[in-house]
Design a protein around this ligand. Structure first.
Ligand SMILES: [Zn+2]
Length: 250
């Protein structure tokens, strides 16, 4: 069993839905594959996060996003709806929120086969919105947000001032991607929140610019002055790309 096959089966594996023999085969691959183990940890972490969020009042935008997603899902033979049993004990709002997160997450599983960074980026974005801990430092002043990171991470992220360009800064926080601390900056465009994850470049990337989307979230990745940036939002790709170009131009 290779990594792709294993990743496709991780969801039912976690849910205990696999027949014993298949389960054994997945376990055997996991035992020898750090990369798939990492994926498994991501899934478990996201589920724990969701499990710790029993009551959550979904913003209107999330509810409408969910309805849109569901409409799309009806058109596509997309994914395995294993979220049903999560829903029962919850209020409508919580259910909508959970459904949204699980759908976004579930939709990333088998058919779209995204690369690992995309999945992590989406998971981190969803986590930040659901846990209501989008910002640890809340300020639209770059001179407050930049210095806040000192001593919390081992690099100094550039905090772009795009207030005048229609992308006000909300604040920042420390987050995790690939088990490493990254700086997360939060910007706003109308009602759309934009998470920007920043980490020092590792030198393994080849592509200078990348624009992609996964089930409702748009992602733009770029390198600039020794750093890797990932911006993610439900904002449309055109404006998100505009945001990244404005950032680079600073
Ligand atoms: Zn593997």
């Amino acid at each position: 069993m290779n990594c792709d096959e294993t990743l496709n089966l991780l969801d039912p594996f976690v849910d205990g839905e696999l027949p014993e023999q298949e389960r054994g085969t997945v376990q055997q691959h996991l035992d020898g594959c750090p990369s798939c183990q990492h994926e498994l940890r991501q899934i478990n972490e996201l589920r724990e996060t969701l499990a710790r969020t029993p009551r959550y009042v979904a913003p209107d935008s999330l509810e409408s996003d969910v309805h849109e997603m569901l409409a799309m899902a009806a058109d596509q033979p997309a994914t395995r709806p294993s979220w049903g049993r999560w829903m029962k004990p919850m209020t409508t709002h919580a259910a909508a929120a959970m459904l949204g997160a699980l759908f976004f997450y579930g939709a990333l599983q088998p058919s779209s086969a995204p690369t690992m960074p995309m999945r992590e980026i989406v998971a981190a974005h969803v986590r930040s919105l659901m846990d209501d801990r989008l910002t640890q430092v809340r300020s639209n002043d770059t001179h407050n947000v930049g210095p806040w990171f000192a001593g919390k991470i081992d690099f100094a992220p550039a905090v772009y001032d795009l207030n005048a360009k229609g992308f006000p800064l909300l604040g920042g926080r420390v987050d995790y991607l690939h088990d490493k601390k990254v700086a997360a900056l939060v910007y706003l465009r109308r009602k759309h929140r934009i998470n920007v994850f920043i980490s020092p470049e590792t030198g393994t990337q080849t592509k200078k610019w990348l624009q992609t989307s996964h089930n409702g979230y748009n992602i733009v990745g770029w390198h600039d002055r020794g750093f890797q940036y990932w911006a993610i939002s439900d904002l449309n790709p055109k404006e998100l790309t505009e945001f990244s170009k404005l950032a680079v131009a600073q």
